[in-house]
Design a protein around this ligand. Structure first.
Ligand code: SAM
Length: 261
């Protein structure tokens, strides 16, 4: 990789709370020559809040393929560029892919500055199994296309996750209810890190009722998570006698030794 090339930084920004911005992200955005932002006006609020005065250009889904070649030329001439999206991690249901792919192809160093990402934040607080998961991004707009995807996902062994807007959350949950058994577990994370943050877990039936009955539950931004069909094996409850023995042992030894004994 030629050392005179600049670097392309992929910088995560907050998904609500402006304080969820890493020190390294702020430093990087201050030091680069140019910031490519999905929406320069939106970016200005965040950048001003953190005292970042770097020159900002627009880099959104309508111009990124066209702009990529020119930007690559500039990076090859030694300019360093950071890309940011309106919220969270660029490229995750956001612009950035053509530029990153072209930069890699051209031997330019692409460096991630990790931070907020709605799907990861949602999963981390959902209480659903997360050892294996599948991210579906935004779903199609029609009910039939959504239900087809849900049917295809039914036998997936992990939790599946997707993004949804307030305009379609109710219809989308209704579609989900048409495909899943009423007791199938799901979780919904709404307005993560914001004032009205709500993270709820329950059967599809109960969460469908909640969304139908509470208009607040149809406002804001959403991450929907669906548990795998075969729930993780439930931990067997201890009998009263086992519990008594364990409690006695715990007064004498560590948890590990007590459980082993
Ligand atoms: N790049 C972003 C990321 O890393 O999560 C995602 C951008 S995508 C255009 C926007 C969607 O992400 C929203 O419609 C919503 O589904 C989800 N999202 C973003 N911020 C969120 C938040 N604070 N709470 C819940 N969902 C959020």
């Amino acid at each position: 990789m030629p050392t005179e090339y600049g670097t392309l930084y992929v910088v995560a920004t907050p998904i609500g709370n402006l304080a969820d911005f890493s020190l390294r992200a702020i430093e990087t955005l201050k030091q680069v020559d140019i910031i490519g932002a999905e929406d320069t006006r939106h970016a200005r609020t965040l950048l001003q809040h953190h005292g970042i005065t770097t020159h900002c250009i627009a880099l959104h889904q309508h111009n990124e393929s066209h702009a990529a070649e020119g930007l690559i030329k500039q990076i090859k001439a030694g300019i360093s560029l950071a890309i940011i999206s309106d919220a969270g991690t660029p490229l995750i249901s956001d612009p950035g892919m053509p530029l990153v792919a072209l930069a890699q192809q051209e031997g330019i160093k692409v460096s991630p500055i990790p931070g907020a990402c709605a799907l990861i934040a949602a999963l981390s607080a959902s209480g659903l199994p997360v050892t294996q998961f599948s991210f579906l991004g935004f779903l199609p707009r029609t009910s039939s296309a959504r239900q087809k995807i849900f049917q295809e996902q039914l036998n997936y062994a992990g939790t599946w996750v997707f993004y949804e807007s307030c305009h379609r959350i109710e219809a989308c949950i209704n579609d989900l209810a048409n495909v899943l058994e009423p007791e199938h577990g799901i979780a919904i994370a709404r307005e993560i890190t914001k004032l009205h943050e709500t993270i709820i877990k329950g059967s599809i039936q109960s969460l469908q009722e909640k969304i139908q009955n509470d208009s607040n539950m149809r406002r804001g931004e959403f991450v929907v998570m669906v548990a795998p069909k075969i729930e993780e094996k439930k931990v067997q409850a201890l009998s009263e006698q086992q519990l008594h023995i364990l409690t006695t042992l715990l007064t004498e030894c560590s948890i590990k030794t007590a459980v082993n004994l």
